[in-house]
Design a protein around this ligand. Structure first.
Ligand code: SAM
Length: 240
């Protein structure tokens, strides 16, 4: 998969995309990220990319021309079609289901805003979708783009050392939260690892994990239970 990022700070994304699972996905040739700076496509000695808003008011707005030229260069860099996603607090909230959908695409262009945002005409003409990473306002779209890249990278086949781990994650499969995890030592001043996890009884372990996942979803995110694919056995576990 190829991800092009249009940003005034492409080096920020390059740094995030070079480490951990995303870095490994790039090393393994499963993903490539490419930064594009609209300033490189701005006219004049000052390479201006922003201007005052019509109608007055605070802040600056990202101008059409540098962004349009930059987007068109990014698009032309590869022949695979690429939807343009604008990271925006006004977009649809990002979910794991959306991440799965994006991860299956051959290509994606992420547009990061700054200042008060982007001239609305550019958004109407060039953007396929707006995505938000939550109901709060960041100073730029780069962190949001890094979130999308990370979430999408770990779903590329071969990016995780154990593919099973993604399947068991929160929001995956049946839509529940993940169960709690423990590692060595089994006994510690902070507490004991639940005996069932040390029992070697795989059926009992699976049952305990399922019950924990159901229980924490009920406690922490009951809204998820409405959408979750629960069996009769799950409902019985929830009631225990
Ligand atoms: N004036 C805009 C508004 O209230 O909708 C906010 C602009 S914000 C200061 C600058 C940029 O940060 C936005 O253009 C967008 O790219 C990015 N951004 C801010 N919050 C975000 C969020 N929750 N999700 C995704 N991107 C966000």
């Amino acid at each position: 998969m190829r991800i092009d990022i249009v940003s005034l700070f492409p080096e920020f994304i390059a740094q995030c995309a070079g480490v951990g699972v995303v870095g490994r996905a790039q090393e393994r040739g499963l993903l490539s990220t490419h930064g594009w700076n609209p300033r490189d496509y701005a006219a004049g000695g000052y390479r201006r990319v922003d201007d005052r808003p019509f109608g007055g008011g605070p802040g600056m707005v990202m101008m059409i021309e540098p962004l349009q030229a930059c987007l068109s260069a990014a698009r032309a860099a590869d022949e695979a079609p690429a939807p343009v996603i604008y990271l925006s607090p006004q977009g649809r909230p990002l979910t794991q289901a959306k991440v799965r959908e994006l991860a299956a695409l051959p290509r994606l262009i992420l547009l990061c805003g700054r200042y008060e945002g982007v001239d609305e005409r550019l958004l109407a003409a060039e953007v396929d979708e707006e995505i938000s990473i939550g109901d709060y306002v960041l100073s730029g779209g780069e962190l949001a783009a890094a979130v999308v890249i990370d979430a999408v990278a770990r779903l590329q086949e071969g990016a995780l050392n154990d593919a099973e781990s993604a399947v068991q994650d929160s929001f995956e499969g049946d839509g529940l939260l993940d169960c709690p995890h423990y590692t060595h030592p089994a006994s510690h001043a902070l507490g004991e690892v639940p005996a069932v996890l040390r029992s070697g009884d795989h059926a009992a372990i699976a049952r305990w994990r399922r019950q924990q996942a159901l229980g924490r979803t009920w406690l922490r995110r009951p809204d998820l239970l409405d959408e979750a694919a629960l069996s009769k056995a799950d409902r019985a576990l929830l009631e225990e």
